[in-house]
Every structure is written in structure tokens, then in C-alpha cells.
Design a protein around this ligand. Sequence first.
Ligand code: SF4
Ligand code: SF4
Length: 350
Amino acid sequence: MGRVQEYPVVWLQCAGCSGCSVSLLNSAAITARQFVLDEIVPGKHVNLRFHPTIMAASGEAAIEVALGAKEDKGYLLVVEGAVPTAAGGAFGGVGETGGRHLAMTDAVADLAADALAVVAFGSCAAFGGIPATSPNPTGCASVREHLAARGVRKPVVAIPGCPPHPDWFMGTVVRVLLGGLPAAGELDALGRPLAYYGKLVHETCPRRADFEAGRFASRLGEDGCLYELGCKGPMANADCPTRQWNGGTSWCVGANSPCHGCVEPEFLCGEFNYVARAGQARGMRAGGTAMSPHNFDPDVVCSLRRYTPCSTRCFRIPLFVNGTKPALWPPSARRACAPWRRAARRTARC
Ligand code: SF4
Ligand code: SF4
């Protein structure tokens, strides 16, 4: 029997809800048990050394195992959740070592420095997500932002989603085990693997024909395209319609829920901010969702102000730039364009 090569993985959970780990535990293609115990690629075994949710160990002994990976090199650091950077890292700790608080800020930076690569798992780790929304008193930052602030230069593969699909993580790990780190051409500008994030949800959505024909649902549960109920599929890059969730049984639009664009940095930002919108029900049609274009409020500014304008990939931009109005665009997009133009000028700080 050939020798099995071990690939140490250290998984840190920072400011988040642990939902990304729960999503991974529901993996069907490669089960969590196979991931932890078996050779997921012949001759290669993932040695999950530290994972706060599923490991049996606890306390200082567990922390020492995590930090001990630094001596082995060649390990993968997975970070779930945003990094709370305010007050010198006092808002988030991994545990204690030597009687001292080990801040998430220090653990992420120290372990990243010697890692083979860093995986930012989930939208909080990849972009800041919910913990980084305004006013962000804990100073939450994405992993990439935090490492840049600490001067740690390390490739970061982003696997966003709220939560991310388990296949996106398993496939990326298998890719690393088989062929090393993904080449630059395999990632998009945000560090997301193109294999999973290379197409808009809208491109392969089974309701696309309804969109083109102008058949729009006006209430949840109705047939038709969900655009007028706030669907962000035209702006979200993910393969959800074809891959589907829960072992290939369903997905957001398939379950009659608009796509929330959870894989984008603009998730919870500006018009994507359905959380803010839930408190602004004005103009909301009966049966509509809080993020419907009908509720678009140009005074709502990006809750993640440090990002580029939340319109970066908005498909209204051609209207904004050229003033053209393609006939196939739904009436709501045309109606929303004028306030959007005003908002874009006012929220350039977004
Ligand atoms: S707007 Fe949403 S529901 Fe309509 S076709 Fe695009 S992705 Fe599908
Ligand atoms: S359909 Fe949209 S909201 Fe749902 S998981 Fe995919 S990207 Fe996220």
C-alpha cells in the first residue's frame, strides 16, 4: 500500500454564526465523515487539526495543536466569519494560551503567515458580511482586508455564500490536493473559483424564459420570474440553478424565494440590503419582499461603506451610462432607473 500524504487543515471560526460549518456538515457529494476520516483523493488525506465546532478537544491543548501547524508548513488555513479588529482584537478570541487571550486578529495573521494558502469560507470571511454592516462597532473586516492591514501576503481563495454551498468548498479542496493552488486564471477578480462563481444565477435560471417574456410573479408562490420581488440573480455569480442545494433537491428560486445575491460583496449593501429594507416597508406591495425594487429607497446608502459602489455589477448600469432602455427589461427596472441615477451620485461614498 502506498504512503498516504497528510494535508493539515486549521479551521478558525471568527465573527459569524457557524452556519458555513453547518452547511459543510450537510455535504452530500463528499460527506463530512469522508472529508475528515477518508482519503478524499486516493493517497491524500485531509488532517483537520482544529475546528471549534466539531473537534472533541478543547482548551489550551487544542490551541497548541492549531498553533503547532506552523511548524509543519504546507497547511491550509480556513477562516469562517469576519475578523473583529477593533480594540486590539478584544472582541473575539480563539481561546487562551499561556494564560493569555489569543485574539482572532493574531491567530488569523500568525497562522496565515506560514500557511500554504488561506480559504475565506463564507461571505463574512470573504467580504465582511453581516458582522461588518454599519455601524460595525467591532471593526469586523474580511480576511483579505485584515491580512493586508497586517502586511501578510498570502493567496486568499474566497468561497462566499451565506452560507456557501458545501460543493464549492469540497471541490476547491480537491482541486488543491490534486493540482495545488488554483492558478490566477481559475479565480475571478474577487478570488472566487470560476468553476463555481463563473456565471450569473440569472444565466441558467429556469425562470429566465419568464423574465424574457415579461411574466413576473407579484407574490411569493406565484409562477413567473421573481425579479419584481427583488431577485438578485442578474447580479449574483453562482451555479445554484444547475448545482442546486441539499443534495441537488432545491435552491432559492426553486423554493420560490428570490436570490439574495449572498455570494456578492454587495450582499446586505445598498439595494441588496434586505435587512435594512425590512424596516422600511413603505411602498411595499402586499406579498412582495422587503427588497423589492418597488421599495428601492435612494436614501439607503451602502451599509458596507468601504466597498465600491453597490452598483458595480448592477445590470441597470447600461441604463445609467447610455440612457438606453432595452424593451425586454422589466418595467420595474425602468421605473427604478431614475431614482437609481440620483442615488448613484449621492452614494458614491458607498
Ligand atoms: S430575475 Fe431571478 S427568478 Fe428571474 S430569471 Fe433571473 S434569476 Fe431567475
Ligand atoms: S440562489 Fe442566490 S441567495 Fe441563493 S444561495 Fe445562490 S447566490 Fe445565494
